[in-house]
Design a protein around this ligand. Structure first.
Ligand SMILES: *Cc1c(COP(=O)(O)O)cnc(C)c1O
Length: 427
């Protein structure tokens, strides 16, 4: 039998940093990444045969748990009919019909192979539709790894954005304006400074990439009215929140309608998928009907469509998200109580099957606040949980994910492990 350490050394000789997505390398928590051999229901098994309760859920897609029999059966059946055609298939229409039915303002959908492609294409579409150049994003929100979106606030409240990655031209980053989440004044100030230049504002309506940050009451209503007033498109990036916080996504929860939505993760059921959705008059600016180019060899891939359709079918069962929210709430309450018993400053919250834990007493409302967590304590907690067979996302600034496969027993085991870990990191 192999070990995680041996596999990491082997991988590091041929894969950059031993991984194919940076955060998997465990840099934010230290230690050796676990190499997963198998996953089923609420569990992962590593190459050493150790079992973990899975709160990573592949970073969001696995809302019905791993290897759900219906999803696997549909993917197997689809595979038997061919892996990729590069020509239309009927499942693309079926999945698009489901999305249109669940999101009232979505009349047209374009599938991609990742969330990154969806948000990147949505920006191009917004720029093409409005004929404007600048975009607004929020500090701490993540929208995938495209150039215009790997940008953070520069120094000074109204400064141009600066790249968060080498290789992103400063000239390009300058078109990305960065505001503060839950701070409408910071958004209004950008619109006032560039009243005719902003093509779109992109936001994670319930943020999950600076840990889980909930929108303050009125925040999205304020964004909606600013975008409408200045003629910019409001884009809800629901790649993480869509189908996960509620069947109708965060827009159902917050009750605000964006101009465009981007999806991914859950709609692929674990296969590579992204999507852009919106009204026909905007979406039809895209090729082949309009001048905004967008394409993908594997877009609408039959296996991905099959996995997505099966997953949407399962989560459309009445009461699915209410049950998920309730069970996840038990976990969050259990963790909070365990931390309190150990005297560790801690808070947690959740929405549907998306949750956040924070090593700080108050629940954070923006990126700056979440940065004030006790990250060193989180790192120690992280490894104590991993040792006890609980796999959390390996970073203090990521949300964690709950699925319908997690049982009361899994919750109890997790809270029990957390009690020991909190006691060990207290003081
Ligand atoms: C994961 C994520 C993306 C990027 O999706 P990929 O499939 O990883 O490219 C974009 N936006 C949000 C909100 C995400 O959580």
């Amino acid at each position: 039998m192999s070990t995680n350490q041996a596999e990491f050394e082997r991988a590091s000789k041929v894969l950059v940093g031993g991984v194919n997505s940076a955060v998997r390398a465990f840099r934010a928590v230290g230690g050796t990444p676990r190499f997963i051999a198998r996953a089923e229901g609420a569990y992962l098994w590593d190459v050493e045969g150790k079992r973990y309760i899975d709160y990573l859920g592949s970073w969001g897609p696995m809302i019905v748990g791993q290897s759900h029999p219906l999803v696997v059966e549909r993917v197997r059946a689809a595979a038997g009919r061919g892996l990729s055609y590069g020509a239309p298939n009927v499942m693309e229409s079926e999945l698009a019909e489901r999305i249109c039915a669940l999101f009232p303002q979505v009349q047209r959908v374009r599938f991609t192979s990742s969330g990154t492609e969806a948000t990147m294409s949505a920006l191009r579409l917004a720029r093409g539709f409005t004929g404007r150049t600048k975009i607004i994003k929020f500090e701490g929100c993540y929208h995938g790894a495209s150039d215009s979106l790997l940008v953070k606030a520069g120094s000074g409240a109204l400064a141009f954005g600066t790249p968060t990655s080498a290789g992103v031209p400063a000239d390009l980053a300058a078109h990305t304006l960065v505001a503060q989440f839950n701070d409408l004044d910071s958004v209004a100030a950008l619109f006032e400074r560039y009243p005719d230049d902003v093509a779109c504002l992109i936001v994670e309506p319930i943020a999950g990439n600076m840990n889980l940050i909930a929108p303050a009451p009125g925040f999205h209503e304020g964004l909606r009215s600013l975008c409408s007033r200045y003629g910019a498109l409001l884009i809800f990036d629901e790649v993480m929140s869509g189908f996960r916080v509620a069947l109708g996504g965060a827009q159902e929860v917050v009750g605000v309608t964006p101009d465009l939505s981007t999806f991914g993760k859950v709609i692929g059921g674990g296969m590579p998928v992204g999507a852009i959705g919106g009204p026909a008059k905007i979406m039809e600016m895209m090729a082949p009907l309009g001048p905004v180019y967008q394409a993908g060899t594997l877009s609408g891939n039959p296996l991905a469509m099959a996995a997505g359709l099966a997953t949407i079918e399962l989560i459309s069962e009445p009461g699915f998200h209410a049950r998920l929210h309730e069970s996840c709430g038990k976990l969050v309450a259990g963790l909070t109580a365990a931390a309190a018993a150990a005297g560790v400053p801690f808070s947690a919250r959740h929405q549907g099957g998306m949750a956040g834990m924070y090593f700080m007493a108050a629940t954070p409302t923006n990126f700056a606040e979440v940065q004030s967590q006790d990250v060193e304590r989180f790192k120690r907690f992280y490894h104590l949980m991993l040792d006890q067979g609980v796999y959390l996302p390996p970073s203090a600034v990521e949300a964690f994910f709950f699925s319908s496969a997690h049982t009361q027993g899994d919750i109890a085991a997790t809270v029990d492990a957390a009690g020991k870990a909190f006691a060990a990191v207290a003081g």
